[in-house]
Design a protein around this ligand. Structure first.
Ligand SMILES: [Zn+2]
Length: 373
């Protein structure tokens, strides 16, 4: 659609790319900017290799301005650092909301991540007010546009009401309904849908050189978001955590209290995010057990490299009630957010799983957890 607009010279002054996180809104905005400025454009698409394309991709082109909402006291160096990362990989998580501190999964500073009216005046007015440095389009990409404060939104509205020739403003957002309707109505909306697991797997394999088996697991957990899949792939040691999952199940089955306590203590050291990841891996493992049990070797299991272990597990535990095991883990996963002592949670879970693996009836996790407190 965007290529068609370029071909027919019917480019809008403003676009609103909206859709869930990790579906390529920013990457598409950068790619469209490249196409707008490319000297070797073909069929409305950027050549991706000329000097102009190269500079747009790296976000160093003087006529392309990429903006993030940010805490009020953010200085230029901090913006520059994030732009550089985004220029290297347009799918990287670089916004201040999800990554308050780079290279860390640290929690937000509590400062509000916004566009102030000064930010809009300084960056949008200035960028679109002058003539283009290189004589083509001038483009502003305003990511997470739902973070416009009222005054900033009004300042932006003025620009949208009187667009200069050969200027393009691209807004991106996950929450279009948070924007002023007067802004929405002046933009051409383009919706971005969640990606399929297959699309994510292909992208992880091609772009990030991740093996198919791991890619399938990340894709499954990413819920249609490529950037989340990428975050998982970069930040977690999947293989190590998964071996913890298997060890945890074995230990739960063996039901040796001291070992379970030791293990729970070890896992207690995981961050909340890692613990969540651990539980999700455990769920995927149980899902595979269930599939294997029902469908036998025709099952399309996710942990493909562990097919043997899964087969043995199912064969050795003919009475296991896998559905109740899944319920217990889902409950434990939910409890992570409720500040339940993680060691206690793991110990109760181990007990519940142990009975379920033997096909014994067990009380739901919450009941046993509150009974043990
Ligand atoms: Zn080009």
């Amino acid at each position: 659609m965007l290529a068609g607009a370029l071909e027919s010279e019917r480019v809008s002054h403003a676009y609103l790319f909206h859709g869930p996180e990790g579906t390529g809104k920013r990457a598409m905005a950068i790619s469209f900017a490249a196409a707008l400025l490319c000297k070797e454009r073909e069929a409305g698409r950027a050549c991706a290799s000329c000097n102009s394309c190269e500079r747009v991709r790296k976000l160093v082109h003087p006529d392309v301005h990429f903006l993030f909402p940010a805490p009020g006291d953010t200085n230029e160096d901090v913006f520059a650092e994030r732009l550089q990362i985004l220029g290297a990989n347009p799918y990287e998580t670089t916004d201040f909301e999800r990554k308050p501190v780079l290279n860390s999964s640290g929690r937000a500073s509590g400062k509000r991540v916004i566009y102030s009216v000064e930010h809009i005046h300084k960056n949008v007015h200035r960028a679109l007010g002058f003539t283009a440095v290189e004589g083509g389009y001038r483009i502003v990409i305003l990511s997470d546009a739902d973070r416009l404060m009222v005054q900033a939104a009004n300042a932006l509205l003025k620009i949208l009401e009187e667009p200069r020739p050969r200027t393009v403003l691209i807004l991106t957002t996950e929450q279009p309904d948070q924007l002023l309707s007067t802004i929405r109505s002046r933009c051409q909306g383009i919706r971005f849908d969640r990606l399929t697991d297959d699309e994510i797997v292909t992208a992880l394999e091609k772009r990030n050189d991740i093996d198919a088996a791991s890619a399938a697991i990340y894709a499954r957990m990413a819920d249609g978001s490529f950037s989340r899949a990428l975050d998982l792939a970069v930040s977690s040691d999947l293989i190590e955590l998964r071996s913890n999952v298997v060890a945890f199940l074995r230990m739960a089955y063996a039901c040796k209290a001291p070992e379970v306590v030791n293990y729970a203590e070890e896992l207690q050291r995981l961050s909340r995010e890692q613990l969540r990841f651990f539980y999700r891996l455990l769920l995927l493992w149980l899902r595979d057990l269930l599939l294997q049990k029902i469908l036998g070797d025709t099952a399309r299991i996710l942990n493909v490299d562990q097919a043997d272990a899964i087969r043995k597990f199912v064969a050795n535990l003919p009475h296991a009630n896998i559905e109740s095991m899944i319920e217990a883990v889902e409950e434990a996963h939910r409890l992570v957010d409720r500040n339940i002592n993680s060691k206690l949670g793991l110990m109760v879970l181990a007990t519940t799983l142990s009975s379920a693996m033997r096909g014994e009836k067990s009380s739901p996790l919450v009941t046993s957890l509150s009974a043990s407190m």
